[in-house]
Design a protein. Structure first.
Length: 255
């Protein structure tokens, strides 16, 4: 009996979506708020999934670009690459925790908006911001006091130790760009604005690619920072992504 009721309910939902889609087609446009409800699943998968995949690929660009440029440094390029390799696991930990928290908030917000409960969606987004503050505080403390202890367990080479500490300390202390971007990226995706989250990611990745050689090698009048330059270029790119995503969030999502 339950199966029968479920089938009738599903047919009613499909009929409702079909009527909305037909009406939207007659009017020549589909309202943004109705897209998640009435567009075919395959269309939504392409519309939202491709930008998400591209965004995840771009996240890895930071480390690839940093590694490519520091390995070509005139002085200790190979040791610098080794230093970035030691810092990489902690960077990925920041990414994992930031994105994991963002995904949790994404699910709650999307579910609440689907139910028409905007108040609960607002609370979920607010709790996400609070969690992002806590996560950043943890990595800030680690960046200030725990980096040398961690890197010291990975290498006995003094040059590699110093380079890795410099790079990882900067990435941790200024990790608010990555942590908060991960949150606002998922909020944009939860409201069907995944294209805009990808645009924000692209802005940061491009900035990192441009700034890396300038800050590492000391081009265009910029001081030669070496490995520190790679870290500064990375966090600046992440902060740019955060600013762009935040602007999109404020202007488009209304959460």
């Amino acid at each position: 009996m339950l199966c029968g009721h479920s089938g009738i309910y599903e047919k009613n939902i499909n009929l409702h979506a079909h009527l909305k889609l037909t009406q939207a087609a007659k009017n020549g446009k589909i309202k943004e708020k109705d897209k998640m409800e009435i567009l075919p699943v395959k269309s939504l998968m392409l519309r939202m999934g491709v930008p998400m995949i591209l965004s995840m690929v771009l996240q890895a660009v930071y480390n690839i670009v940093d590694s490519a440029f520091v390995s070509n440094m005139e002085d200790n390029g190979e040791l610098a690459l080794n230093a970035l390799t030691l810092a990489f696991p902690l960077q990925m930990l920041i990414v994992a925790i930031g994105i994991g928290t963002g995904v949790g908030v994404n699910v709650l917000v999307a579910k609440s908006l689907g139910e028409g409960n905007r108040n609960y969606a607002d609370k979920a987004a607010g709790n996400g911001v609070f969690l992002a503050v806590v996560i950043y505080a943890v990595f800030l403390i680690f960046g200030l006091f725990g980096v040398k202890l961690y890197i010291g367990t990975q290498t006995a080479n003094g040059i590699v130790l110093e380079m890795a500490c410099d790079y990882l300390r900067i990435c941790c202390v200024y990790s608010f760009g990555l942590v908060f971007f991960s949150l606002y990226e998922k909020l944009l995706q939860a409201t069907g604005k995944s294209v805009f989250s990808t645009i924000a990611q692209i802005c940061g990745a491009v900035a990192n690619i441009i700034l890396d050689p300038i800050m590492i090698y000391g081009l265009l009048g910029c001081p030669k920072f070496g490995v520190k330059g790679a870290a500064y270029a990375t966090v600046i790119g992440q902060i740019i992504s955060l600013v762009v995503a935040f602007v999109f969030h404020i202007s488009l999502t209304k959460i």
